[in-house]
Design a protein around this ligand. Structure first.
Ligand code: BEZ
Length: 212
């Protein structure tokens, strides 16, 4: 069965480009992003991995550990990484799981046989420090992901984990947010949102981002 939001992200031990990964131990108390790639030496995957390497400081800033996966072995990954570094003008700086026996792909339901029977699809799992799944995304092999969007979602997840707010359509870090509808008490609103709020409808109240 596929993983759902709020489920514990399954633990595993698997080979990677940086040695064996014990997943939960590797994540520690950080947030995590686990993302799969259909195959080594493929063009879209090459651009994606290069981009994530370039964004490493953005993930670090948010205390997020990133980890890639494809179903090829470590020696293949090592050769491919040379190409990624050369063609994407970067240095790979995070581990890529070598899931040749598909142990992790099966645990995370990353092979969708009616789409591709020998490769993983492009899955993304964002995992909270308590190891629960906070977000899942599934893209087909033919469409590269937008990692700026993944960072944007992490900003929302981290903000809404701390404050009683939600983030509206197309929200970006620094913009106004929505007050959770459950909070109706005036005193609580004043205490939790000292910067004030605009009431557009009783259920639609905007407030400046609380941590800015
Ligand atoms: C790619 O990464 O370019 C790719 C992988 C599998 C199928 C199609 C494209």
């Amino acid at each position: 069965m596929s993983l759902r939001l709020g489920d514990i992200a399954p633990d595993f031990t698997q080979e990677s480009t940086e040695g064996p990964i014990h997943f939960h131990e590797y994540l520690g108390n950080s947030w995590g992003v686990l993302f799969s790639h259909p195959k080594d030496f493929t063009p879209v995957c090459t651009t994606e991995l290069g981009e994530v390497a370039k964004l490493k400081s953005e993930f670090d800033k948010r205390d997020v550990k990133v980890i890639g996966l494809s179903v090829d072995p470590t020696d293949s990954h090592a050769e491919w990484i040379k190409d990624i570094n050369e063609t994407q003008n970067t240095q790979m700086n995070f581990p890529v799981i070598a899931d040749a026996d598909r142990k992790v792909s099966s645990l995370y339901d990353m092979v969708h046989p009616n789409a591709e029977d020998t490769m993983t699809v492009r899955s993304v799992f964002v995992i909270k420090p308590d190891k629960t799944v906070a977000l899942t995304l599934t893209y087909p092999a033919s469409t590269g992901r937008n990692f700026d969007e993944i960072l944007r979602v992490i900003d929302s997840l981290q903000l809404t984990a701390k404050y009683n707010v939600a983030t509206p359509v197309n929200w970006k870090d620094g913009e106004d947010v929505v007050i959770a509808p459950a909070i109706q008490d005036e005193a609580e609103l004043k205490q939790k949102f000292p910067k004030g709020y605009r009431k557009i409808k009783p259920y639609l109240r905007m407030t400046p981002q609380p941590n800015k």
